[in-house]
Design a binder for this molecule. Structure first.
Ligand code: SF4
Length: 465
C-alpha cells in the first residue's frame, strides 16, 4: 500500500518558509478556519510558528468557537481497559517494552476482564477503550474476540452495561480486519507515535512495530476491509511537534480523500516517564504546556470534524485549560495496568504503561467538568444508530452533529446523576441540565429530550437520538 502521503520535505519546507508570520497572515488563516473547512499544512505552519501572544490568544478563541460549532458543549467520557501488558515490541519510551524485565506481565482471564468492566461501570462509564500489547502468543486474536464479548456481557447493580467498545490494538492484516469488522466495536485506533521516519526507526528498534510503512498504512487496510471509524495519534515529545501536527493533517487529508472519512478521532498524548523506558526521561523534543495548548488549538482548526482525545497523562489544571481549546473526548478515573480497577489482580500499583498525572476519581472530574460549563457525556448514540464512517462525517463537517450530541449528553448525564453521583454533583448537574435544555434551539428536539429525561427519572435507560 502506498505510504508516500506523508511528505517530509514539504512539511520542513513550510516550517522554514513561515517563520515568524505577521499578524495579518495569522488573521487570514483564522478567518479561513472559522468557515469550518479545515486548514492546509501551510496554514497550520503559519499558526504553529507564531510566537505573538495576541495572535495565540486569537487562535485559542477560534478553536473554542469551532469545537462549539461542531460538537457543542459536550465532553464525551471513557475509561481505558488494559487487558494485557505482554508486548514483543521494544519502543524506547514505553513501560510495556519487551526488554523491561522488571514488570510483571499479565493477560487478564475472562473472569478478570468482567471484574474490571464492573469496576469501570461502577464509575458510571458506558464507553471503554480496550487496549493490549502486540504479542500473539499471550494475546491472540481469538482472545481479543472473547474479551469483547466478556465486556459487553457485564451488568452492574443498576442494570447498566458498556454500550461501546473502542479498541487500540496492534495493526492487523486484511483478513484480520475483515474479521473484526463483523463484531461490535466502535473506533479502531493506532498511533503512529512519530511520523518522522528516522526518529521512528530509532525509537522502535525491534519487533513488528519497527516497520514504519506497515504501521502508517494500518488505517488504509482498516477502511478497505470493512471498518468505518478510525483514530490516529502522535506521541508528542519524540520529534518536533510542528512536524507531527502537519503530518497528522496530511494523514487526515489522505484518509478523507480516499475513503470519504477522515480520522474519527485524533489523540495528542505527550511522552510521560515510564519505568525502564530510556527515551521517556530525557526528551530532546519535549513539548511545553504552552506548545501543547497551541497544537491542540491548531489541530482543532485544521481538522474541525474530528474528535480530539485527551488522556489522564496530563495534570488536572492543564486538562481544564485544554477543554477550552478544542478537546472533545476525555478519559477519567483511568488505570493503565491490567487489573488496575480491581487491584486484587495486580501485585504492584506502579506498573502502568506510563505515569498518570490526573489521578482524580471519575466523580471528581465529572463535577469539575460541570462547574466549567461543559456537559459530561456518556453518549454512544451515533455508533448505536449506525451514524458511522462517511455518514458521521457528513453530519460532523457542517456542524450538524451537535443536534444529537447536546440532547444525548443531557440524557446520559441524567442517567449518571440518578445512578452514581453524590449529592453535590447531582445538584450541579441537574442545574446544568435545566439551563442547557432551554438552549436547545429546535422545539421538537427540546420536547423529546424533556420526555426522555422524564422517562429516565422513571427508571428507563438508554434513550438516545
Ligand atoms: S451524538 Fe454521536 S458524535 Fe455526538 S456524542 Fe453522541 S455518539 Fe458522539
Amino acid at each position: 500500500m502506498n505510504s508516500n502521503f506523508i511528505d517530509e520535505n514539504l512539511i520542513f519546507e513550510y516550517i522554514e518558509k513561515y517563520q515568524n508570520p505577521d499578524s495579518k497572515l495569522v488573521d487570514d488563516v483564522i478567518n479561513k478556519a472559522l468557515e469550518l473547512n479545515g486548514l492546509s499544512i501551510a496554514d497550520a505552519a503559519i499558526l504553529l510558528n507564531t510566537k505573538n501572544q495576541d495572535d495565540i490568544q486569537k487562535i485559542y478563541h477560534a478553536a473554542y468557537k469551532v469545537k462549539d460549532e461542531i460538537y457543542g458543549k459536550r465532553l464525551v467520557l471513557f475509561a481505558p481497559l488494559y487487558v494485557s501488558n505482554y508486548c514483543s515490541n521494544n519502543c524506547l519510551y514505553c513501560g510495556f517494552r519487551a526488554d523491561n524485565k522488571e514488570i510483571s506481565r499479565t493477560t487478564l482471564s475472562i473472569d478478570q476482564i468482567k471484574e474490571e468492566t464492573l469496576g469501570i461501570l461502577e464509575q458510571g462509564h458506558k464507553r471503554v477503550l480496550m487496549l493490549m500489547g502486540e504479542q500473539h502468543k499471550n494475546c491472540p486474536t481469538d482472545f481479543f474476540f472473547d474479551a469483547i464479548d466478556a465486556v459487553y456481557s457485564v451488568k452492574d447493580s443498576k442494570g447498566n452495561s458498556i454500550r461501546r467498545i473502542n479498541v487500540e490494538i496492534a495493526p492487523l492484516n486484511d483478513e484480520e480486519f475483515q474479521r473484526i469488522s463483523q463484531i461490535k466495536i466502535g473506533t479502531y485506533t493506532v498511533f503512529q507515535e512519530t511520523y518522522h521516519r528516522e526518529t521512528y526507526k530509532f525509537m522502535h528498534p525491534s519487533g513488528k512495530k519497527s516497520d514504519y510503512d506497515w504501521r502508517l498504512t494500518t488505517m488504509d487496510r482498516a477502511l478497505s476491509n470493512g471498518l468505518h471509524d478510525v483514530g490516529i495519534g502522535a506521541l508528542f515529545g519524540l520529534f518536533d511537534y510542528r512536524f507531527e501536527v502537519m503530518a497528522m493533517i496530511q494523514h487526515s487529508e489522505h484518509l478523507d480523500k480516499n475513503y470519504g472519512a477522515g480520522p474519527h478521532t485524533i489523540s495528542i498524548p505527550r511522552v510521560q516517564p515510564a519505568n525502564n523506558a530510556p527515551a521517556s526521561h530525557h526528551l530532546k523534543y519535549a513539548v511545553s504546556d504552552d506548545e501543547l495548548k497551541k497544537l491542540v488549538a491548531v489541530l482543532r482548526l485544521s481538522v474541525p470534524y474530528t474528535g480530539m482525545i485527551l488522556s489522564t497523562r496530563e495534570p488536572a489544571h492543564l486538562r481544564t485549560q485544554l477543554f477550552d481549546l478544542g478537546i472533545s473526548q476525555i478519559s477519567a478515573g483511568s488505570k493503565t495496568n491490567p487489573g488496575g480497577y480491581k487491584q486484587a489482580f495486580s501485585e504492584k500499583v506502579d506498573e502502568g504503561q506510563f505515569t498518570l498525572n490526573d489521578c482524580r476519581s471519575s466523580g471528581e472530574i465529572i463535577q469539575d467538568v460541570i462547574k466549567q460549563g461543559f456537559i459530561p457525556s456518556f453518549c454512544t448514540g451515533c455508533y448505536r444508530l449506525g451514524r458511522v464512517g462517511q455518514d458521521f462525517m457528513d453530519q460532523a463537517k457542517p456542524g450538524l452533529i451537535k443536534i444529537y450530541c447536546q440532547p444525548n449528553g443531557l440524557t446520559t448525564l441524567r442517567e449518571y446523576l440518578n445512578d452514581y453521583a453524590d449529592d453535590d454533583t447531582k445538584k450541579l448537574g441537574n442545574e446544568l441540565i435545566e439551563k442547557e435544555l432551554d438552549l436547545i434551539p429546535n422545539e421538537s428536539v427540546k420536547e423529546k429530550t424533556k420526555e426522555f429525561i422524564d422517562r429516565i427519572d422513571n427508571g428507563e435507560r438508554d434513550l438516545y437520538f
